[in-house]
Write a protein that binds this ligand. Structure first.
Ligand SMILES: NC(=[NH2+])NCCC[C@H](N)C(=O)O
Length: 399
């Protein structure tokens, strides 16, 4: 059955997005807004991504690609209409241009529509464009914005138990990603009958902030992306669905370096995290549980690792830190050293460049599968951000 109850149960199926033409849209003028720190060499980024996917397959993981699933979902008229309406609502194209964009999109084959929805549409590519808005736009302006961050599939959805939470992304440059993700989970035959735990129009929650610490225990970071109201909404939803007994709400600094909880902490074993030392000691968590009447019970904040150990029913959570030298640790944290993807307990995929962190993982008994990420990393995301586990072997079944 699809779903997951941990970050470390044997990974069976994963959802990836192979980067493509959307990355070719990045320029020094728009990269900030599109949330990239550099201008990737697209061909090399694709090679790196293919090697990542192959490493997963070599370990028995089934790899699903977003664009392929979207092609299938967009065979359904309802799916097409839904997403075209959403694109037209995105910005003020004005009536005339909106009508022309609608006609353009309605004419496209599913594969071409997928491409447009991901890679966007520049004014100069809309040959049928006419009217004032069209006339005033620069030829390189986007009529439909590209989605270079679709690469980070963990942010737009996260499976909790047997349900999928399609998240609500906080940055305007990413909002369409969760609509596309929702189309897949709603219309694709692979997912018929899947219940949705969360929807893109609710308070902001991003999957990179959600950590399934153990069956029944979920940590949720709140900072630049997931809002306090998002955490509260997610708590209500998971408790109502009986998917967790405890949620740990973890405030994180509202900075780019720590945009998601998974930039400072990921799990590599049932009771072991890899964590960035400067924050490891200072992170706090509010422990949230459900009262009988469904209301939330919130306990005073306490150190995250203590709160987690208690909720998980272990004596302590083991910590592998990302280097003792503070400068190395800071560099490797920025390069997603903490952002590992576990394929099973004590087996994790990591960027090869984080030499020190990987050595520490190995010294602690974790098998590290190294992948190249010099180009992929310019979007500030590592193996965990670039993957949405759709199916993991359940840990609860082992207990
Ligand atoms: N789960 C993560 N850490 N995702 C990283 C996302 C990076 C992306 N460029 C953004 O700013 O949104």
């Amino acid at each position: 059955m699809n779903g997951a109850d941990s970050e470390v149960g044997r990974l069976e199926t994963v959802l990836l997005h192979r980067p493509g033409a959307e990355l070719k849209r990045l320029t020094p003028r728009n990269s900030d807004k599109l949330l990239f720190d550099g201008i990737p060499w697209v061909g090399r980024a694709q090679e790196e991504h293919d090697a990542f996917a192959q490493a997963l397959r070599d370990h028995g993981v089934e790899v699903l690609y977003m664009a392929e699933l979207l092609d299938d979902a967009l065979e359904y008229d309802d799916a097409r209409q839904e997403i075209i309406e959403a694109v037209l609502r995105e910005r003020q194209l004005g009536d005339r241009l909106a009508g022309q964009v609608r006609a353009h999109l309605e004419d496209l084959h599913p594969e071409n529509l997928t491409q447009r929805l991901i890679a966007g549409l520049a004014r100069e590519e809309l040959k049928t464009g006419r009217g004032l808005v069209y006339g005033l736009m620069d030829r390189h302006d986007f009529v439909i914005d590209p989605l270079p961050n679709l690469l980070f599939t963990r942010d737009s959805s996260v499976w909790i138990g047997d349900r999928v939470a399609v998240t609500s992304l906080a940055m305007p440059a990413r909002t369409r990603e969760s609509l596309l993700t929702r189309l897949i989970y709603t219309y694709h035959p692979l997912f018929v009958g899947t219940e949705h735990l969360y929807e893109p129009w609710l308070e902001h929650v991003e999957g990179g902030d959600v950590l399934l610490m153990a069956p029944g225990v979920i940590a949720v970071g709140t900072g630049e992306r997931t809002t306090p109201a998002g955490v509260e909404r997610l708590c209500r939803r998971v408790f109502a669905a009986g998917l967790a007994h405890t949620v740990l709400a973890v405030p994180i600094a509202q900075q780019r370096a720590t945009m998601h909880l998974d930039t400072i902490c990921t799990m590599v074993d049932q009771d072991t995290v890899v964590m960035y030392p400067p924050v490891a000691g200072s992170l706090q968590a509010y422990t949230v549980t459900a009262e009988e009447d469904g209301e939330l019970r919130i306990r005073e904040p306490r150190p995250f690792l203590e709160a987690a150990a208690q909720a998980m029913g272990v004596e302590r959570v083991k910590v592998i830190d990302t280097g003792l030298d503070p400068v190395t640790a800071e560099r490797e944290q920025w390069d997603d050293g903490n952002n590992t993807l576990a394929l099973a307990p004590r087996v994790a995929v990591a960027y090869e460049r984080n030499v020190e962190t990987n050595a520490r993982l190995e010294a602690a008994g974790v098998k590290v599968i190294r992948i190249a990420g010099s180009e992929l990393g310019s979007g500030r995301g590592g193996p965990r951000c670039m993957s949405c586990p759709v199916r993991r072997e359940r840990l609860a079944a082992l207990a």
